[in-house]
Design a protein around this ligand. Structure first.
Ligand SMILES: Nc1ncnc2c1ncn2[C@@H]1O[C@H](COP(=O)(O)OP(=O)(O)OP(=O)(O)O)[C@@H](O)[C@H]1O
Ligand SMILES: [Mg+2]
Length: 331
């Protein structure tokens, strides 16, 4: 059974004197214990808004959230603010992109972590502090007893991100959401943090939602991948299937714009023309059609539905890659 079931989640920002922004539009996916689900797509496609909606962290005013977010049988979207605060930390953990803004600059790291442990696990201050030291060690921070007394500005970027992960793990959350957890870090530290997250998922059975625009991260981490475009899922597949055969032209475009070690020397990368700012909304046809090399007349008239096209693969496209070959194979 799935730990988290997201169904038809939509988020709209309604502002006076501004057009309504439909940031997330009918998104559904499941996350199972001990597995990692990726949400990928370029800037502005709705990744963070999706995770903030799941965590109950969107601003209340001017935000319309509909659909359902079910965590082990309880509907998160109906929780009061206070109930949400209790579930967060206990069942739900989150690691944000920028650790500096997520840590309190005037409270020592150790106290920030042990407070969470005290509150959620009901330990004494002393035991909580001992637990905090263990956690810092667990995430690879050397000399944890000294580090516990330090403030966030005294830690390097990689250390801060580790401290943040330690804090998210303090209450052994059933679900962890990591929103671009390594984009601010250099490559070697990036690799260490990703390895750490992978170990945690394997050892504790935590379910992980990995949010990234980086297909390299996806390739190394995710079991299942959801590709988002303009607030909607356009392709979903198991990682191996997605990389061996992307079917949505947008997914293929994302992959073609990533450098590969095995491509011939001198071969140019192929950026996807245009940007999300060129988006037409989905009402006027497929939102990707202005940038799509595969677009047909129908793509500019009618938005495609998300359909199961093969075992484990969902696709929202009138003219996917390999459609002709597939039809021939069926004949
Ligand atoms: N509070 C808000 N009010 C109005 N619009 C918002 C708000 N938060 C996000 N948006 C809009 O919602 C859309 C999705 O934003 P989101 O932050 O989810 O993108 P993202 O996929 O996380 O991008 P990035 O990769 O840059 O982090 C964007 O068009 C953004 O401008
Ligand atoms: Mg974001």
């Amino acid at each position: 059974m799935a730990l988290l079931e997201v169904r038809d989640l939509s988020v709209r920002f309604v502002r006076k004197s501004e057009p309504t922004v439909s940031a997330v539009d009918g998104v559904s996916f499941d996350v199972h214990p001990g597995s990692t689900v990726g949400l990928v797509g370029e800037s502005g496609c709705g990744k963070s808004v999706t995770s903030l909606a799941i965590m109950g962290l969107l601003p209340g005013r001017g935000t319309e959230v509909t659909g359902s977010v079910n965590l082990e049988g309880s509907e998160l979207l109906r929780l009061s603010r206070r109930e949400f605060d209790r579930r967060r930390g206990k069942d739900l953990g989150m690691v944000f992109q920028d650790p500096l803004t997520s840590l309190n600059p005037v409270v020592p790291i150790g106290l920030q972590i042990s407070e969470v442990i005290e509150r959620h696990r009901g330990l004494s201050r002393r035991d909580a502090s001992r637990e905090a030291a263990k956690l810092l060690e667990r995430v690879g921070i050397p000399d944890p007893d000294r580090r516990l007394k330090e403030y966030s500005h005294q830690l390097s970027g990689g250390m801060r991100q580790r401290a943040l992960i330690a804090m998210a793990l303090a209450c052994e959350p059933r679900l962890l959401i990591a929103d671009e957890p390594t984009t601010a870090l250099d490559v070697t530290i990036q690799a260490q943090i990703l390895t750490l997250l992978k170990e945690l998922v394997a050892e504790t059975g935590t379910a992980l939602i990995m949010i990234t625009h980086d297909l390299g991260v996806v390739a190394g981490m995710c079991d299942e991948v959801n590709v988002l475009y303009a607030g909607r899922i356009v392709e979903r597949a198991q990682r191996h299937e997605l990389f061996s055969q992307p079917r949505h032209p947008y997914t293929a475009g994302l992959m073609a714009s990533v450098p590969r070690l095995d491509s011939p020397r001198g071969q140019r990368l192929a950026p996807i023309e245009g940007s999300v700012a060129d988006n037409i909304p989905w009402e006027g046809g497929c939102a990707f059609s202005p940038r799509c090399g595969n677009a047909l007349a129908v793509c500019r008239e009618r938005a495609p539905e998300l359909e199961t096209v093969e075992q484990g693969r969902l696709l929202r496209c009138h003219n996917p890659i390999g459609a002709a070959e597939m039809e021939r194979a069926h004949d």
